[in-house]
Design a protein around this ligand. Structure first.
Ligand SMILES: Cc1cc2nc3c(=O)[nH]c(=O)nc-3n(C[C@H](O)[C@H](O)[C@H](O)COP(=O)(O)OP(=O)(O)OC[C@H]3O[C@@H](n4cnc5c(N)ncnc54)[C@H](O)[C@@H]3O)c2cc1C
Length: 190
């Protein structure tokens, strides 16, 4: 097996490394202490095309492979875990799910701006709400159902995201079936 990175992989790795050092490192301790959402950094990630790395170019993504995504995540995570978790949630939990399971209408309406991280010049990203206090690792034990509108599972990461820019986030929310059948968990875009 050939483990050598391609020229394109090395370029993406270097771009992510430079971004982390130049854009994430300055002010990181202050942002962390003040619990500030890294808005400026996420806007720049959108410009780099890092918010929809594996999304098809048909839907505004970068159309890159998993290795490229992992290399970029690795470089950014080394420096700034807050930026990298926002990047991973948008790429993996939101864009991937929509591209793999969404309808064509949902893809046109939501996936395209999500993959670009912007809509009408404003930040547009996604959050995934699955975890509940009593159903963390064992997500199929969640108690919220789609029939109970306000019983929305919220994780600490999502609270952080909501606080940043409530008007421009798409929330993918997972609910168990009313019969609490672990095989019937559904996700909704809101
Ligand atoms: C950086 C980050 C971002 C996140 N973002 C989101 C998000 O955006 N949306 C979202 O919905 N969720 C998110 N989560 C996940 C969520 O917040 C929970 O942290 C996660 O699901 C784990 O649940 P828990 O903390 O209740 O731990 P628990 O599930 O209660 O686990 C506690 C401990 O018990 C161990 N354990 C659990 N089950 C077993 C078992 N069967 N056998 C042996 N040991 C076991 C675990 O390994 C762990 O050490 C995020 C988590 C992290 C770390």
């Amino acid at each position: 097996m050939d483990f050598k990175l391609s020229e394109e992989h090395v370029m993406i790795q270097q771009a992510a490394r430079d971004f982390a050092r130049n854009e994430c490192l300055p002010g990181i301790i202050e942002r962390d202490e003040k619990q500030q959402f890294p808005l400026e950094q996420i806007m720049k990630l959108a410009d780099l095309g890092f918010l929809g790395m594996m999304v098809s170019t048909d839907y505004g993504g970068a159309g890159l492979d998993t290795i490229s995504y992992v290399l970029a995540m690795e470089e950014i995570s080394k420096i700034d875990a807050s930026v990298s978790v926002c990047m991973s949630v948008n790429n993996s939990l939101v864009c991937y799910g929509l591209e793999a399971f969404g309808t064509e209408k949902q893809k046109q309406q939501y996936l395209t701006p999500l993959a670009q991280g912007k809509k009408d010049g404003e930040l547009y990203t996604g959050a995934f709400l699955l975890s509940e206090p009593e159903a963390g690792s064992d997500a199929t034990s969640q108690r919220s159902t789609s029939s109970v509108k306000l019983a929305i599972p919220i994780s600490p990461a999502i609270l952080m995201c909501c606080k940043a820019s409530p008007g421009n986030w798409l929330f993918i929310i997972s609910f168990n079936s009313p019969s609490f059948n672990p095989n019937l968990v559904s996700s909704f875009a809101m």
